[in-house]
Design a protein around this ligand. Structure first.
Ligand SMILES: Nc1nc2c(c(=O)[nH]1)N[C@H]1C(S)=C(S)[C@@H](COP(=O)(O)O)O[C@H]1N2
Ligand SMILES: [Mo]
Length: 299
């Protein structure tokens, strides 16, 4: 599959942000560019990934409970083999796509992304995955499609958290088609080069780095192309707090807490909070998608 990202931006464009390349490449690039070791270290440190233990031990996956430790404790109950994803709606080739068949078509690469939860904690995660756009191309998006709807597996016998009506199951999310096609939008299939652990959304989950974490839906079984804005679980549950867009925006506060700063998980609870960046630091890449929109209204 083609890789739009590499075609759109040169390495020179992205190295200063140290955002999309893995750390070895970043460090090699900095050394080659003659930057001082100190500057190099400072830049690399801004995206120092969280540890495997942090990434896989502190999660939100309400199908396994609402506690941050529940997914690590209970997600092993989930069977992820075999797995297929139904792609339907406004596509040329609707059907059930087997996960292994999808993987054999895709080039999986590593990308280190900032990941920020609406509750104002954040992590930096080295994902492995492929662009959602490549998967959508497999199914062939039809003219007139404007949105992409996603659904998580709903299998109560393996998901103890679904016994409680905290959300209207199955977990649902959605993106506008241009957001879905953006080269930063990833279908993640791994972390640190290993297959995605169940608690992180095995075998495949969305990662939209400029949006709050809840948009990054886990363990996806259905993707539907549509011309209408799809309902989303968090918006259905609490519409005043969770909008369809959910772009990381330090200027728009959540009704119950500020969104202006965040605490990076790891290094102890007293690590100082850092200011949250517009679009989670991906402003240069994605601000154009929202030109002319009132982001306080479309939150
Ligand atoms: N199916 C499903 N996907 C989900 C959630 C969930 O409860 N169920 N939680 C979301 C929230 S609120 C966050 S912050 C991220 C957490 O991803 P992580 O546990 O891999 O860090 O997953 C998102 N995707
Ligand atoms: Mo979240």
């Amino acid at each position: 599959m083609a890789h739009r990202w590499n075609n759109d931006l040169s390495r020179a464009d992205i190295t200063p942000e140290a955002t999309f390349l893995n750390r070895r490449h970043v460090l090699a690039g900095l050394a080659a560019s003659g930057l001082s070791a100190v500057a190099g270290r400072a830049r690399a440190e801004t995206l120092e990934p969280n540890s495997w233990e942090e990434i896989t031990g502190y999660n939100n996956f309400y199908e396994f409970g609402t506690g941050k430790g529940d997914p690590a404790e209970y997600a092993h109950l989930l069977t992820t083999k075999p797995w297929s994803v139904k792609i339907d709606g406004m596509v040329d080739r609707p059907g059930d796509y087997d996960f292994q068949d999808i993987m054999s078509e895709m080039t999986v690469e590593e990308r280190i992304y900032r990941f920020r939860c609406v509750e104002a904690w954040s992590m930096v995660i080295p994902w492995n995955g492929f662009e959602l756009a490549d998967l959508l191309a497999m199914a062939g998006v039809q003219e007139g499609a404007k949105y992409v709807a996603f659904e998580t597996l709903y299998r109560p016998e393996e998901m103890p958290g679904t016994r409680y009506p905290v959300l209207d199951w199955p977990y649902r999310e959605g993106l506008r088609l241009d957001e879905a096609m953006h080269p930063l939008t990833l279908m993640a299939t791994g972390i640190y080069g290993k297959p995605l652990p169940n608690q992180n959304g095995a075998p495949l989950r969305l990662v939209v780095p400029w949006k709050y974490g809840f948009k990054s839906i886990k363990s996806i079984v259905r993707i539907t192309l549509t011309d209408k804005e799809p309902p989303t679980s968090w918006n259905m549950a609490i519409p005043s707090e969770y909008g369809f867009y959910s772009n990381v925006n330090p200027e728009v506060s959540h009704p119950r807490w500020s969104q202006a700063s965040e605490r990076k998980i790891g290094g102890g609870f007293f690590v100082k909070r850092v200011p949250t960046l517009m679009f989670n630091g991906y402003e240069k890449e994605v601000a154009g998608l929202y030109e002319g929109m009132d982001l306080a209204k479309y939150f």
